[in-house]
Design a protein around this ligand. Structure first.
Ligand code: BG6
Length: 511
């Protein structure tokens, strides 16, 4: 039962195809630190509103914002109304639904540096919850330097204690800036929260098409026999973005593409592509298998790292606000990792990401080996046939395409490269949920399957740190540049070709 002190968010009418309310009887309070920031207004609150509208937000959920801006409840609601109308995805706000949702939004002004403000927050939460057992979700949507102070203050004021209901904390990226800082952050979190209470979020795991990789691999039998070194030549994972760094120059110039995209999103995609089938679908089993992939990645010595990757910077990056003059920060990167286990030994995984590239596309390309004998070359000695490929298009235009050769009707054995495809938009009429929607529900339910464990983030940094160090070394030649709208610097093509391979440079394969 929701508290009489707080109007609860009742489930809205269930639209066709939506699951019924999750049956979570305990009420939930989501406390957002960094309530006046972009993440809150652009992602978190629109995601919660969408859940409410779909009828899947647990009943009795309340949202409490905490930040320094001196808002009242009404002022914060009004500002969220505007941002939610913009970011909740297309349709105008549903008035009746918004009203129900807004009634359960509260605001508590406070300063992260003042312990007494956390005591005031604790009293406010107790009043709102009115003694009812409640699951609390503390969401760190602040700048990363505030993570540790918030955690300390929650500990000091007893707010991590689970005597009256689960207490969970969501930690956004960046989770540290290297292995050492990630370890320190884990240690700090573990000083106050136990691991089962910590949810390290990577929004890539909330994307439908990423979760579908698990379904593709583990709900079907037809892919498993070929999903290994015997049939696969290599794997390419590309996250190409058209956008530039824009307003985020100050942050980006200290992070670069390796910290911003590789340590988290790209490695997550690698893990779900390469992992073994877990014995069951729960957080422990899934994360054990993911960590094993990271453990199998061949460590590289400093001398080897430079040859195992290519970096680049888009023309004009140095003019972006917040970027240091002469900055050597990479806005593009491509690296090669080897997974030394029975399934993957000898199959390189190429990871590539960049800003200001030709188009926005995130794709995983599984490139298969050539047949052992070429029967249809027509006597030509220098004959190259495109390999079979399975392209998993993560975004936009989510779906899967299988590329193979077909005989062209008519005389002789003329072949053409053709495809079979599955497209989400053709198959399912419903809007694809934004990544934060399922992830927020998972936190409320206490399901950590799609969140990174402490050892997983530390292992990820161990893999990426050597590249960061090598690329920052004074011995590195000047960073190569690429024009806006290209697939990275020419060095990236040359590097791939020197390994006898080519990038699969196609803007979304599906329409
Ligand atoms: C963020 C990065 O984690 O992911 C951004 O900080 C990047 O630089 C973004 O643009 C990409 O996310 P998506 O979901 O748009 O692919």
């Amino acid at each position: 039962m929701p508290s009489p002190a707080t109007p609860d968010i009742q489930s809205g009418s269930h639209e066709a195809g939506n699951p019924p309310s999750l049956g979570l009887s305990m009420s939930h309070t989501i406390i957002i630190f960094g309530a006046s920031g972009d993440l809150t207004s652009r992602k978190l609150v629109p995601a919660l509103y969408n859940l409410c509208r779909a009828g899947t937000l647990p009943q009795g959920t309340r949202i409490v914002g905490f930040s320094r801006t001196p808002h009242s409840d009404a002022e914060w609601r009004a500002s969220l109304r505007e941002s939610t109308a913009t970011y909740a995805g297309g349709e105008p706000l549903n008035e009746e639904c918004w009203q129900r949702f807004a009634d359960a939004i509260h605001y508590q002004p406070g300063d992260i540096d003042r312990p007494e403000d956390f005591a005031t927050l604790a009293r406010r939460l107790e009043a709102l919850e009115a003694g009812e057992p409640t699951t609390r979700v503390y969401y760190l949507a602040t700048a990363p330097q505030f993570y540790e102070p918030v955690v300390t203050a929650l500990g000091v004021t007893g707010q991590a204690d689970e005597a009256t209901g689960p207490r969970r904390i969501v930690v956004e990226k960046p989770f540290g800036t290297d292995l050492q800082t990630a370890r320190a952050l884990n240690a700090h979190l573990h000083g106050v929260f136990r691991e089962h209470q910590v949810f390290r979020i990577d929004h890539y795991l909330g994307k439908e098409s990423v979760q579908n990789i698990l379904a593709l691999r583990f709900a079907n039998t037809i892919f498993e026999p070929v999903w290994n070194r015997r049939y696969i030549d290599h794997v390419q994972i590309t996250v190409a973005e058209e956008v530039m760094v824009g307003r985020r120059g100050g942050y980006y110039d200290t992070a670069g593409v390796l910290r911003d995209m590789f340590q988290n999103h790209l490695l997550q995609l690698l893990m779900v592509t390469a992992m073994e089938a877990p014995v069951r679908f729960n957080a422990t089993a899934v994360r054990n298998e993911k960590v094993k992939v990271l453990e199998a990645i061949r460590p590289l010595g400093l001398g080897e790292v430079a040859a195992a990757g290519v970096r680049g910077q888009y023309e004009g990056y140095l003019k972006e606000p917040g970027v240091a003059s002469g900055s050597q920060t990479a806005t593009f990167g491509a690296i090669r990792l080897e997974v030394d286990n029975w399934r993957w030994q000898g199959v390189p995984f190429y990871l590539r990401s960049g800003k200001a590239m030709s188009c926005r596309t995130t794709q995983i390309v599984i490139e298969f080996r050539q047949p052992p004998l070429e029967l249809f070359a027509g006597g030509r000695s220098s004959f190259h046939r495109e390999a079979n490929r399975l392209v998993i298009q993560i975004q936009p235009a989510e779906g899967i395409q299988l590329h193979f050769h077909t005989k062209v009707p008519g005389e002789g054995m003329r072949l053409r490269y053709t495809d079979l495809e599955f497209s989400y938009s053709k198959e399912f009429a419903d809007r694809l949920p934004e990544a934060y929607e399922p992830l927020l529900l998972d936190v409320m339910q206490g399901d950590a399957s799609l969140f990174a464990r402490a050892d997983e983030v530390e292992k990820s940094w161990e893999i990426i740190d050597p590249f960061i160090r090598a690329w920052a070394s004074v011995d590195m030649p000047q960073i190569p540049h690429y024009q806006l709208g290209e697939w990275g610097p020419i060095e990236s093509f040359e590097w791939m070709q020197a390994q006898g391979r080519n990038w699969f440079d196609q803007c979304p394969v599906l329409g």
